[in-house]
Design a protein around this ligand. Structure first.
Ligand SMILES: [Zn+2]
Length: 436
């Protein structure tokens, strides 16, 4: 990287401006965390969008609120509201766009602090959604504000969006903005999604997803005379055994060239998410019956090197083989959800620029990673056709969705510096910047 690792005087000035903004940035992050934007069902989205929009407005952005009103989850009680801000430079392009999601997963058990108290203790901010990923939103907004306060004028433009529903697929969030042309290769040159991948890592994409549901169909009979029926749960047990015994070893042997972290997720995986057979289990006594229906939901994560058709074909093949062995094995297969894998090329400008900025700020080379699970990059790449997209942001991914989730303030600061330096390099600075 050579010269890329050294910061220019202007970059150093912007980086120092981040240090002077720490209290404001931390305060803003804590105010975001105190709004319980829990998804599902999508609580308090409007309040959170307005807080972010007001901050962007104060910093000179043109701000637009966009409600995803064509989306089924957008209701009067739980409106889906996204906010987009644009800060024009001397030229419209190049344009770098920072996106973060402000929905958070439900609290769950096991907390020792108030999940929405945003407690600041020992250099950490605690709360649901701190690391995933309200700290990312605070970091990108204050990174650009630091550039402005350092007296540096950007040549190109900066956009910031804060969106809903990432945790449930992002369809009323980033996908909606893609469909409206707000994310578009005609508008942005680089997109940075501020997910918690650690302040010293650059994430280039994620594995693919195939969720499916298998139902086995039996024949009901009296539970005291099971020989008269066909037990659908027993049939499902055969499928589960085939998945665990035959398919999984094959998947575990398949590895990807993508630098997925943790390394254990660097091969194909399959997980049984849900299983139900026979009657509904209620408070009352069950009738004595042979289970005539059994249902399993599986989550298959696949690699950049695999094709969805093949991935699905393997499941069909297992089921067909079981049906060939025993005519009583009857099944239906239903596709629930799928997402193709995405991987930004390592030589993309946004990747190499963030690599250089990490090295300049943190003092060691950035680690290039890919995510085991999907996030909104799929929409940016597939729907909007923007290849120049990465995830970069503060916080440790392993803490996301756990009790006592937190973000380390120093990481928040260091990633804001990286974002400031990378923004200046991506959109350029005007020569007439003060004292440049
Ligand atoms: Zn997230």
């Amino acid at each position: 990287m050579g010269n890329l690792s050294a910061l220019s005087p202007l970059e150093r000035r912007a980086s120092e401006a981040v240090d002077t903004l720490v209290d404001e940035m931390v305060d803003f992050c804590r105010r975001l965390v105190r709004i319980p934007t829990v998804n599902p069902p999508g609580q308090h989205y409007a309040v959170c969008a307005e807080l972010i929009g007001a901050e962007l407005g104060r910093q000179g952005y043109g701000v637009e609120y966009i409600s995803a009103d064509s989306h089924a989850d957008h209701t009067a009680e739980y409106p889906r509201i996204n906010v987009v801000g644009r800060l024009d430079g001397t030229a419209p392009r190049p344009c770098v766009h920072f996106n973060g999601h402000f929905d958070v997963v439900p609290v769950g058990d096991g907390w020792s602090v108030d999940p929405f108290g945003a407690e600041l203790r020992d250099g950490r901010i605690y709360g649901r959604g701190t690391c995933d990923q309200k700290a990312g939103i605070a970091a990108s907004i204050y990174a650009v504000e630091a550039i402005r306060r350092a007296g540096v004028r950007l040549r190109g433009s900066v956009e910031q969006s804060a969106t809903v529903d990432e945790e449930s697929g992002g369809y009323a969030g980033v996908a909606d903005l893609c469909d409206r042309g707000i994310f578009s290769s005609h508008r942005q040159d680089h997109v940075v999604i501020t997910e918690p991948l650690n302040h010293d890592r650059v994430c280039i994409g994620h594995r693919g997803v195939y969720w499916f549901e298998v139902t086995t169909h039996g024949r009901i009979a009296h539970g005291s005379m099971p020989g008269y029926g066909v037990n659908a749960a027993d049939m499902m047990a055969r499928f589960i055994e085939a998945v665990n015994g035959e398919l999984r070893p094959r998947l575990e042997a398949r590895t990807t060239a993508m630098p997925v972290q943790p390394a254990a997720a660097r091969h194909s995986t399959i997980n049984l998410n849900a299983l139900h057979g026979g009657q509904e289990i209620g408070p009352r006594f069950l009738a004595s019956c042979v289970a005539d229906r059994c249902l399993a939901v599986y989550d298959r994560r696949y690699l950049h090197e695999e094709e969805l058709e093949t991935v699905r074909g393997e499941i069909v093949e297992l089921l067909e083989e079981l049906a060939r062995r025993d005519e009583r094995f009857r099944y239906t297969l239903r596709d629930l959800w799928s997402v193709p894998p995405v991987a930004t090329p390592l030589d993309a400008r946004v990747v190499t620029t963030f690599e250089g900025a990490v090295e300049g700020v943190v003092g060691r080379p950035a680690e290039i990673v890919a995510s085991p699970g999907t996030y909104d990059q799929k929409h940016v790449t597939r729907r909007a056709g923007i290849v120049e997209c990465i995830a970069y942001g503060p916080g440790i991914l392993d803490l996301a969705h756990l009790p006592d989730e937190y973000v380390v303030v120093d990481d928040l600061v260091s990633s804001a510096k990286v974002m400031a330096v990378a923004t200046m390099r991506l959109v350029g600075v005007e020569d007439r910047s003060r004292g440049g």
